[in-house]
Design a protein around this ligand. Sequence first.
Ligand code: SF4
Length: 432
Amino acid sequence: MFLIFAALMAEAKTIAFHTLGCKLNFSETSTLSRMLENEGFEKKEFTDVADVYVINTCSVTDNADKECRQLVRRIQRKTPESLVVITGCYAQLKPKEIAEIPGVDLVLGAAEKFNIAQHIRELSKGDSAKISSCEIEEVTGFNASFSINDRTRTFLKVQDGCDYNCSFCTIPMARGKSRSDNIANVLRNAHELAAAGVKEIVLTGVNLGDFGKGSDGNLKHEENFFDLIKELDKAEGIERYRISSIEPNLLTNEIIEFVANSKKFMPHFHIPLQSGSNKILGLMRRRYKRELYTERVKLIKTFMPHCAIGVDVIVGFPGESDEDFKETFDYLHSLDISYLHVFTYSERDNTHALSIEPVVPIHVRNERNKSLRNLSYMKMQYFTQQHTGETRKVLFEGHAKNGVMEGYTDNYIKISTPYQEEWVNEIIDWKI
Ligand code: SF4
C-alpha cells in the first residue's frame, strides 16, 4: 500500500524523534526537530502516534542494531502506515543492513542528515527502503546544532568528526574528518541561546580540542579552541560554559590557566583516559602516555583545587591482562579525580582492535566494569565530602521528579532539593 506524502502533508503532519547515543546526537536531533517544525510539522512524543518517525542512531552503543530493530518493530505494530527514517552514525556505517529492517522507509547517511526535510517531502511508503548515503570521505560539511530542553542548559555542537585513529573507535568512519564551526557563527548561536533565556552552554564535539585544526587542509581554519573559549568568555548573555570533553594531549596549559581565571568557564573538565596502562594506551593508539595525563590533572588541581575532573575509561580491551587492569585501577585510585565514566570494550567491525589478542572474556570485562564503577562512586562521594559546608553557585533545572528538582554547582556536584518554581533557571548561592 502506498501512502503519498503530499496527501500526508495536507492532513496531520506529525513527527516524532528518538535519539540513541551521545550529547552530540541529542543536539543534532533537537536541531532536526526545529528544522522540521519550521517546515510545518507538529512534534509528537515518540510514544504517540505520528505520521513520521525519525530515529537518530549511534554506533558506540552496544546494541545499536537491536535497539533500532526494536524501535521500528514497535512503530510497525502501532502504526504500520507511518514513515520511518533512520539516520545517525549507525545509518552511515551500515546503511544496507538498516534498509533491510522491515518497516524502514529511508536511511539517511551523514551527508544527508540535515537535508531531512527535502527527503521526507519526496518520501512515500513502499516495500523497500531508500538509501541516501555516500562514502564518509565525501562528508565535509559542518552543521551547527544545539539542544534546548528546559532552557537551563544547552549542548552546542561546535566541532564534528575526528582525524585520530584509536584502534577501538568507529566514530571517524561514521562522522568523517575533523571540521568545525567558525567563531563568528558560534557567537551568533550563543547570543541566540542567551536571548532564549539559556544560562549555561556545554560546548560539544567529537574531538573538541581539535576545533579549527584538522588534517584536511580544506577543512581547517586559522582559529583554534583557545581562541574560541576566549571569545565566548567575552560574549554578553551566557553566564556559564562547560567543555564537554577534551583529549589530554589537546588540553594545553593555556586552556587550563584560562579556565582557572575565567568567571564563565566552570571549574570542570572531562578528560578521556581510556586506560591507566601505557601498554594498553599504545594498543589503543591513543596519543599520550599516562604520565601526560597525571601532569594535566596536577596542573588543573594546582590552579583549581575545587575543580571537578571526570574520566572516561574502557575496560576489557584486547590484551588487557589482570595486571594491566590492576595498573589502571591503582592509577585511578591514586589520581585526584571526581568521577569515572566506565565503558566495557565491545568489538566493532572494521576496527584494528579486532586483530589484537588475547580477547578478554565477557564476564571478566563485566567484573572490571563493576570494580571501576564502585571506585567512581567512592571518588564522587569523596569529592562531595571535600566541598560539604562550602557555598557554591548552583544552576537549578526545570525538571521535577516526585517533587524534587536538581541543579549542579559550578564544580559539577549534583544538588537535589524540594521543587521551587522560582528557582528554575536561576543561579543560587547554595551551602552544600
Ligand atoms: S579521539 Fe579516538 S576515541 Fe575519540 S572520536 Fe577520535 S578516534 Fe574515536
